[in-house]
Design a protein around this ligand. Structure first.
Ligand SMILES: Cc1cc2nc3c(=O)[nH]c(=O)nc-3n(C[C@H](O)[C@H](O)[C@H](O)COP(=O)(O)OP(=O)(O)OC[C@H]3O[C@@H](n4cnc5c(N)ncnc54)[C@H](O)[C@@H]3O)c2cc1C
Length: 396
């Protein structure tokens, strides 16, 4: 069997490795002339690390990753901690694998290096897919330069603006969330040690929140700021932003955040759009994966991790040897409930992080502050529904 994949992001690369591992020939077509993921951090929670480790990448990930001490929530203005879920050793104890924070370029490098080694020539750059046709015997992927590729099954891993999704199911209807996001990465050495905690920290406040964490063994520091505002609405991850405007959005917030913003040089911003879970992902021999079929708001940091889980399940379904449409239907049936629930819970998080009044903050975060001190296990288990999910287990 030969699988074609359109899109060489984290989802497409992981799917290629998973398919190759179960003995399926793979060709991965990427539009960009070279893999240049945008400069930002990515939290790879244990449910994703588990898959990557099963793909034989444990040592390579460890060489690049930062292992956070915990996942924290702090009040953005005072900097006071609400709670912390320990993760450095505890993630391994609780979920069997570590919790990593990585630079996107490092994760892409790990995945693409492994693919080059295991399936030389499988990754084909500068190939812009414009559509696909299928018949009883196979599927043909068409490219902008007029060339084609032929395989048995086609996976659209072509991201949030997926060409293949539009072809299969028509244009999607994104809604502006009323929230924009800022992102930046700086060398950690620019900030005094101890100012930014060695955790994944969510700093919450009225109508906005920020997230800080370290990358690349602690050498880099990642900042994301999410702010409710109307007006500007560009859904691009590579649009430049202005430091004064970012500083104004977080004026009066805790000194550690001011310190990071003051050191920023390359700043980017994008508008957050929300989409409902799709009713179907596949038609015949063509299916979708990752952001192409379940784009989600970044409030649970699970978009890429869900794409990683998808890749594993897709390969397992195709390996079982059923006819291709049935295997794709089984993949979709397994993945849709999980990804839809993560998509919907990510949507709810925005309101949870952005409490506007003192009373709202007190009634929402007060019980969590108390629980963290009196019954820490109730707080430490908050992410179990997400992180303990094991797609690599038999029937997973
Ligand atoms: C700032 C930010 C922070 C985030 N943080 C996290 C996090 O901490 N943890 C997490 O799990 N997720 C996070 N996410 C979400 C995550 O980045 C996405 O969910 C993930 O990148 C989706 O992977 P993908 O492979 O499906 O799509 P993409 O990464 O978008 O990759 C799609 C690929 O397809 C290629 N392509 C597109 N069209 C074509 C075509 N016509 N022909 C050929 N190739 C094509 C593109 O060039 C691209 O390489 C974050 C997102 C953002 C914006």
């Amino acid at each position: 069997m030969k699988a074609l994949i359109s899109g060489g992001g984290i989802g497409g690369l992981t799917a290629a490795l998973a398919l190759q591992q179960v003995g399926i020939e793979v060709e991965l077509y990427e539009r960009a002339p070279e893999l240049m993921p945008f400069g930002a951090g990515i939290q790879v929670s244990p449910n994703g690390v588990r898959v990557l480790n099963e793909l034989g990448l444990a040592d390579q990930l460890q060489a690049f990753a930062f292992r956070p001490e915990g996942l924290e929530m702090r009040l953005g203005q005072s900097g006071r901690r609400v709670f912390m879920i320990p993760t450095r050793e505890d993630a391994v104890r609780r979920y069997g694998v570590p919790h990593y924070h990585m630079h996107r370029a490092d994760l892409t490098e790990v995945l693409s290096t492994a693919l080059h080694a295991r399936a030389p020539g499988a990754l084909r750059m500068g190939r812009d897919a414009v559509g696909a046709d299928q018949d009883g015997a196979g599927v043909t992927l068409r490219f902008a330069d007029g060339s084609t590729a032929r395989g048995d099954v086609l996976v659209g891993a072509d991201g949030i603006h997926s060409v293949l999704r539009s072809q299969l199911f028509g244009a999607d209807k994104p809604r502006f969330t009323g929230c924009i996001a800022w992102r930046l990465v700086i060398p950690a050495s620019r900030i005094k040690p101890g100012v930014i905690p060695p955790t994944g920290t969510v700093w919450v406040g009225p109508g906005r929140h920020a997230v800080t964490y370290y990358l690349r063994r602690g050498e880099l520091l990642n900042f994301v700021g999410l702010v409710e505002q109307e007006g500007w609405q560009t859904e691009s991850w590579t649009e430049g932003g202005d430091r004064d405007a970012l500083a104004a959005d977080f004026a009066g917030w805790a000194p550690p955040l001011q310190a990071v913003i003051a050191e920023a040089d390359d700043i980017f911003r994008w508008a957050l759009f929300d989409r409902d879970p799709m009713p179907a992902w596949s038609k015949g021999r063509i299916t979708l994966l990752g952001d192409a079929c379940h784009p989600m708001l970044p409030f649970l940091a699970q978009g890429a991790v869900m794409a990683i889980e998808d890749g594993w399940v897709l390969a397992a379904s195709l390996k079982e040897g059923r006819d291709i449409p049935s295997a794709l239907a089984a993949y979709e049936a397994k993945r849709k409930p999980r990804t839809a629930s993560v998509q919907l819970r990510a949507r709810q998080q925005m309101g949870f992080f952005h409490k506007r009044t003192f009373i709202e903050q007190l009634t929402t975060y007060g019980p969590m502050w108390l629980a963290a001190r009196l019954a820490p296990s109730s707080v430490n288990s908050r992410q179990d529904w997400l992180y303990s999910h094991d797609v690599t287990a038999p029937g997973g």
